[in-house]
Ligand binder design. Structure first.
Ligand code: GTP
Ligand code: MG
Length: 284
């Protein structure tokens, strides 16, 4: 095999196959968290993996997550992404993560009201570039975060209604939006206060995640198998064309060799003629 790598396949090709093969055998579901910077993505993921010290996914009031980071938790591989509006190249990172993702959590903080232009732009980009935009939206849960910052629940419902309308306008579908408070969930767990845990609505989010996993598990595996098959097909095509290239080079060399011998035979015949003539002249 090692001779074949470099000559026909690259290390990257082999690595991609290994990653996909692993994801088929371990059957982990990739869940990607996305949204504007500082909207609570990393905090939410820490809550979902019960890391109340918040050491797994770094959180802060500044642009904290600057690269995609993943963490395996039970049957799920959680992926944290940088904020959509933080830096221009961050958007591409998020977009690439979504392409490989099975289920998405789109986080939006209630403190900024309904979706802002940047989020609408991102969702529109998905709609315009996705083979099947409904497939994205059906696999996405929208989370309205930091709801403990708003006193009146009616205000929260108002924002939810506006956001539903915004999403409906883009995808023509009524999305699920779950209002959560990571702060309440964390406090509830640390101080053993069930009422806070219940009020945080993290349980409702977990139920919805599990429902989506069950619903999409067969198609998730199918998609991965198809992706692996495509990579294999591509590699076979690639190594075949490399093989053809080498065959062509060899045949070119063979032609050169043939030409050389033809010339050599011609030269030998000429030399023979010359020598014969010389003998003839000697005899005369
Ligand atoms: N009050 C309140 N604050 C929260 C909640 N969730 C997160 N925060 C705070 O919001 C700030 C940003 O949280 P992060 O989880 O780091 O946000 P992020 O979206 O990952 O940010 P980037 O990685 O920079 O894109 C932190 O100060 C959190 O403590 C919540 O439910 N309630
Ligand atoms: Mg973060």
């Amino acid at each position: 095999m090692s001779i074949l790598i470099n000559k026909y396949l690259s290390f990257e090709d082999i690595e991609n196959i290994e990653i996909l093969k692993k994801s088929i055998s371990n059957q982990l579901v990739n869940i990607t968290c996305m949204g504007l910077y500082n909207h609570g993505k990393s905090s939410l993921l820490n809550a979902l993996i019960k890391d109340f010290d918040e050491e797994t996914f770094k959180t802060a009031d500044v642009r904290e997550t600057i690269t995609n980071k993943s963490f395996e938790y039970g049957k799920i591989n959680y992926i944290d992404t940088p904020g959509l509006n933080a830096e221009e190249y961050d958007d591409k990172r998020v977009y690439d993560a979504v392409k490989e993702s099975d289920i998405n959590i789109f986080v939006h903080a209630v403190t900024t009201g309904a979706f802002v232009e940047k989020e609408i732009e991102f969702l529109n980009k998905i709609k315009d570039n996705w083979g099947n935009p409904l497939d994205f939206i059906n696999r996405t849960i929208f989370v309205l975060s930091r709801v403990d910052n708003i006193e009146d629940e009616k205000d929260i419902d108002l924002e939810i209604d506006k956001m539903k309308e915004q999403i409906n306008e883009i995808f023509n579908i009524n999305p699920l939006i779950i209002p959560v408070s990571v702060l309440r969930y964390k406090k509830g767990n640390i101080e053993n206060k069930n009422i806070l845990i219940k009020k945080s609505k993290l349980g409702l989010l977990e139920d919805n995640i599990n429902e989506l996993i069950e619903k999409f598990k067969p198609s998730i595996l199918e998609t991965r198998k198809k992706r692996l098959q495509n990579i294999y097909d591509e590699l076979i095509k690639k190594s075949n064309s490399k093989f053809q290239e080498k065959k062509f080079e060899l045949s070119k060399q063979k032609n050169i060799q043939e030409e050389f011998f033809k010339n050599l035979y011609k030269d030998v015949a000429q030399v023979e003629d010359v020598v014969k003539n010389m003998y003839k002249r000697l005899g005369e």
